[in-house]
Design a protein around this ligand. Structure first.
Ligand code: NDP
Ligand code: PYR
Ligand code: MG
Length: 529
């Protein structure tokens, strides 16, 4: 049978517009996600073509916030296999399961989640796969990684979420999650098998629950080419945004950078990962490591974290305060009035935790308070942008994990920042792949942050942005990638001698040349429809 024919008057631009029109005709965000997912299957080049042209519109669908909804409902909206599931029942033959992936030779980057903490939505089990897919779409769109070289993986290890175990359509293994030695043995076999099957692959750990996020990063970071996006990627992106925010705040207050004080609301993998990375803001401002640590305060569900608290988890100990000996301090306004922070960062998953009283307390202490409600998706964000602007009379320096739209207040347009690791991981991945680094070092992550912070254009600085505009993400990823490559070379972690011979301008050119572009659309590609 001959393939279906298309009317001769069909033109590529029509097809782009038709797809966009169909997308825009859907009123519900999850329906837009399902539509785009189908388009990717029918014609992936067209999908990436319109993604690159319409990032502001499409990234919030493919990534946070809508990807959160897609994950929560994944078993119900599932259409087709689109990633690799490695199940706890595959223990003993994980290598064979990985070897079923169709593009073994091309595999360069895998995003691996175990679904145990998807965004702030909790344990979604096997429904977590769309987060790996969404992150990899950002690698493709944001850093020009070839689609065929990306490997989305969800470890299907069970779930402790009863409603999924009870759901007849749940696509994952119906059992509680493994713990301790059983989980460790699975992860050891998985990582070993990944190295065997995909020898040059970079692994990005994504959305593991906090205990396992820290544990497996420590366990594998010098053994394999691996990094944890929630700890290191988020640390890097917030170091960058905070550096720019502190400059604006200091310009208003006259406060030297080293006098900033940061209060973290939320002390999980993201909160502590960011806090550790922000130490270098203070050390770069001239403080000793110990002085830097003293500028950071952390709060969890029990209040201000102090060293005298019984049973304090390991990852919270480093920032636990030894200079407060009073009764537990649990009210955020009290904590703010005690600490007197210049910046309040939310990584707590608690919607609207930054109430009007909280924001006004920050405003009373600071001419320009830095407030970053970073929890994802938007339904869990600690503070709406509109409230932040109104309650600070337009003075807030703001970045959130999920996107908000610019708004007008007091006759002036205000533009929020998006403090999301999506500005960092594509460049870290691209740089790591190109220079064939053996590991992703802390200094590489730090250099990525510095490159991102310095990437603002004059126009973006004039608009008082703390992050660049999303349309420039490929340029930004290229700058981040250069910084990552140069640092890997400095530490002799790289294995691509040619890149060492290139001056920065040529290296930048090479990076741009390596970025994948969707091929020019032509009608033949539609015969699959
Ligand atoms: N913007 C970005 O790029 C990124 C954002 N995130 C977001 O950060 C959030 C947190 O992620 P992660 O650290 O892994 O998650 P965790 O669940 O490990 O951490 C949440 C933290 O918030 C604390 N918390 C919970 N309830 C309260 C409360 N009522 N008052 C004060 N603190 C509270 C928890 O306290 P306790 O320890 O006592 O339970 C814990 O320390 C998620 O929403 C995630 O989407 C993550 C990565 C990147
Ligand atoms: C952005 C991200 O990685 C998270 O919210 O987990
Ligand atoms: Mg994450």
């Amino acid at each position: 049978m001959s393939p279906p024919r298309f009317p001769p008057q069909f033109a590529n631009t029509d097809h782009r517009q038709r797809s966009l029109l169909q997308l825009r005709s859907k009123q519900i965000a999850l329906e837009k996600y399902i539509y785009l997912n189908g388009l990717k299957e029918r014609d992936s080049h067209l999908f990436y073509d319109i993604l690159l042209e319409n990032m502001q519109e499409m990234i919030p669908i493919l990534y946070t916030p809508t990807v959160g909804e897609a994950c929560v409902n994944y078993s119900h909206i599932w259409r087709r296999p689109e990633g690799l599931y490695v199940s706890i029942n595959d223990k003993g033959r994980i290598r064979d399961v990985l070897a079923t992936w169709p593009n073994l030779i091309d595999g360069r980057i895998a995003v691996v989640t175990d679904g145990s903490r998807i965004l702030g939505l909790g344990d979604l089990g096997a429904n977590g796969l769309p987060i790996s897919i969404g992150k990899l779409d950002l690698y493709i769109a944001g850093a020009g990684i070839k689609p065929l070289s990306t490997v989305p993986i969800c470890l299907d290890l069970g779930t402790n979420t009863q409603r999924y175990l009870d759901d007849p359509l749940y696509i994952g293994v119906r059992r509680p999650r493994p713990t301790g030695p059983e989980m460790d043995a699975f992860m050891d076999e998985f990582m070993e098998a990944m190295k065997e099957v995909f020898p040059t692959l970079l692994v990005q750990f994504e959305d593991f629950s906090t205990d396992n996020a820290f544990k497996y990063l420590d366990r594998y970071r010098y053994q394999y080419r691996v990094f944890n996006d929630d700890i290191q990627g988020t640390g890097s992106v917030i170091l960058s945004g905070f550096t720019n925010a502190a400059r604006l705040a200091s310009a208003a207050s006259g406060l030297p950078p080293s006098d900033h004080k940061i209060l973290f609301f939320g002390a999980g993998s993201a909160g502590i990962g960011v806090a550790k990375q922000l130490l270098s803001f203070f050390t770069m401002s001239g403080l000793s490591p110990e002085e830097a640590r003293s500028r950071i305060y952390t709060v969890d569900s029990k209040g201000l974290i102090t060293a005298d608290r019984k049973g304090l988890q390991e990852h919270k100990k480093f920032f636990a305060r030894t200079d407060y000996n009073g009764p537990p301090m649990t009210d955020l306004v009290d904590i703010i009035n005690y600490v007197k922070p210049t910046a309040l960062l939310g990584l707590s998953t608690i919607k609207n935790a930054f109430s009007e009283q909280v924001v006004k307390a920050m405003s009373a202490l600071n001419k320009r308070p830095v407030i970053f409600p970073l929890s994802n998706p938007s339904s869990l964000c600690e503070l709406e942008y509109q409230d932040a602007v109104e309650w600070t009379d337009g003075k807030v320096i703001f970045a959130s994990g999920s996107p908000y739209k610019p708004l007008s207040y007091g006759g002036v347009m205000h533009e929020p920042g998006q403090g999301n690791n999506m500005y960092i991981f594509p460049g870290i991945g691209l740089g790591s792949i190109l220079c064939k680094t053996r590991h992703v070092s802390d200094a590489m992550v730090e250099q990525a942050a510095i490159a991102l912070a310095s990437s603002l254009t004059e126009d973006e600085k004039a608009a008082e942005l703390v992050y660049p505009r999303l349309e420039r993400i490929r340029d930004i990823s290229a700058q981040v990638a250069i910084a990552v490559i140069r640092q890997a070379q400095k530490e002799k972690l790289d294995d691509n001698a040619y890149l060492r011979t290139l001056p920065d301008s040529d290296l930048l050119g090479l990076i741009h040349d390596k970025m994948w572009q969707p091929p020019a659309l032509h009608l033949q590609s539609f015969t699959r429809l």
